[in-house]
Design a protein around this ligand. Structure first.
Ligand code: UD1
Ligand code: CA
Length: 458
């Protein structure tokens, strides 16, 4: 089968009114990736080398998203929504290129897995002309029913057109199909719109192919993988299923999740084996964690790279460009953005490191702030290897702290500090013996005099 070429036609022209959104339905995200991009990924994983995206509502936004997430996809506009068969025909130019297999998929079915598609393609390779992907929803109401006879699929009957008997069938049309490329356009062009809704139904190709003596079969996919999203409650349901699958996969690949149901992955999160993730950790897009790292509870991480044996959190916030090298530590209530924390460096408490490099083995004291922004531009702070930054220091960028530089606590550092130098950026302490007692007595008698004058001395 590997030699067979495959085109995926993804229907995404619908408006999705039940989402109650300005955004086209299929651009709503699951794990940070638009639904339609999940569908494209599944098609590609099942071997599709061509992707035809049929768009209509929100065409401009759809094109932009396609360019970003599926640059290889060709877009086709279905001007009027005249039905699913009509929508597939909008991609006529792609279908007529002569692919062996044509997979028809829906942009609002984001959990479809490559296996279900691969099984359908296998049936084409065995000689079927049309393979319909079926499923058994807990409640079949509203779905087209699959009418089978002797192992062949003879018809798909939409709910409205079903007899009392047919309505009892639990095996339903998930909507997706695999069609032999050699027959696809001929079958689609034979579909008419003589039905209650006046639409061109893709499902009609089942009977048309049967009448021509072609082989038509159904395969079965899981309910979850065929879940269509129509509103935000279903979107959340799909997100939950996606997260559950991903957590399972992560654990089987050697990642410890102490409370898996509280950890949220992004579509592209990569985590190495023997990394331990405590409860309530959120991964945004673009995170790579190597092996043997520890991510403590309540950390929020996006666009960050975390090398082996790093220690992050609890309550750490790693923003895009945070790059933690081996054994680096970023502790509680620390924020790191666009900064390299080199091997073994420690940023442990209540600190902001932005637009910076923290050299290997450096120690950043509690409450240190890199002052990287003047309201207009961002500036860089370079902290050398083995430097020690005393607590509650402000490093006003651009500024360099040399290797082994030592900064006194509470400093405001505005000038660069050479290697191994000590820098104070604060007033020296002054101590006056006995002055504390004297002040206390003076303040106490002043307060007593005031109360007496007001007559409230009781
Ligand atoms: C379709 C199936 C039904 C199946 C169900 C599964 C048909 C006729 N019926 O019904 O058997 O059980 O899916 O969810 O196929 N679209 C377009 N252009 C159009 C019409 C539809 O792009 O002109 C897109 C929609 O945006 C949607 C998909 O095709 O993503 C399915 O269309 P929809 O109208 O939702 O079909 P259903 O009535 O759900
Ligand atoms: Ca639908």
């Amino acid at each position: 089968m590997s030699q067979r070429t495959c085109l995926s036609v993804i229907l995404a022209a619908g408006e999705g009114t039940r989402m109650k959104s300005a955004l086209p339905k299929v651009l709503h995200q699951i794990a940070g990736l638009p639904m339609v991009a999940h569908v494209v990924k599944a098609a590609e994983a099942a071997g599709a080398s061509g992707v035809a995206l049929v768009i209509g509502h929100g065409a401009d936004e759809m094109r932009k998203t396609a360019a970003k997430f599926a640059p290889e996809a060709e877009t086709f506009v279905q001007e009027k929504r005249l039905g699913t068969a009509h929508a597939v025909i909008a991609a006529r130019a792609a279908i007529s290129k002569g692919y062996d297999d044509v997979l028809v998929m829906f942009g609002d079915t984001p959990l479809i897995d490559a296996d279900a598609l691969t099984v359908a393609r296998l049936r084409l390779a065995e000689g079927a002309a049309v393979v319909v992907i079926g499923f058994r929803p807990p409640n079949p109401t509203g779905y087209g029913r699959l009418i089978e006879k002797g192992g062949k699929l003879i018809a798909i009957r939409e709910e409205k057109d079903c007899s009392e008997e047919e309505r009892k069938i639990g095996f339903c049309n998930a909507g997706m199909m695999a069609v032999a490329g050699a027959h696809a356009l001929k079958l689609l062009d034979a579909v008419d719109n003589k039905n209650a809704k006046g639409e061109y139904y893709l499902t009609d190709i089942v009977e048309i192919a049967g009448a021509q003596g072609l082989d038509v079969v159904a395969t079965e996919a899981s309910f979850e993988s065929a879940l269509g999203i129509n509103n935000r409650a279903e979107l959340a349901q799909a997100e939950a299923i996606w997260q559950q699958r991903r957590r399972h996969e992560a654990m089987l690949s050697g990642v410890t999740l102490i409370a898996p149901e509280t950890v949220y992955f992004s579509h592209d999160t990569e985590i190495g084996a023997d990394t331990i993730i405590e409860p309530n950790v959120w991964f945004g897009p673009g995170v790579m964690v190597a092996s043997g790292a520890k991510i403590h509870a309540f950390s929020h991480i996006e666009g960050a790279t975390i090398a082996s044996s790093c220690d992050v959190g609890p309550f750490a916030r790693l923003r895009p460009g945070a790059d933690l090298r081996n054994k680096a530590k970023v502790g509680n209530f620390c924020e790191v953005k666009q900064a390299v924390i080199e091997e073994g460096a420690k940023v442990n408490h209540l600190t902001y490191i932005g637009d910076a490099r923290v050299g290997a083995g450096a120690n950043i004291g509690a409450g240190t702030i890199t002052c990287n922004y003047d309201g207009y531009s961002k500036f860089f702070t370079d902290i050398g290897e083995g430097a020690f930054i005393g607590s509650n220091s402000s490093l006003v960028a651009p500024v360099t702290i040399g290797n082994g530089g030592y900064i006194a606590s509470g400093s405001v550092i505005t000038e660069s500090v050479p290697d191994d130098a000590l820098a104070f950026g604060r007033a020296r302490q002054k101590t006056i013996p006995g002055k504390g007692k004297e002040l206390r007595e003076r303040f106490a008698s002043a307060a007593a005099a005031k109360k007496k004058a007001a007559g409230t001395d009781h």
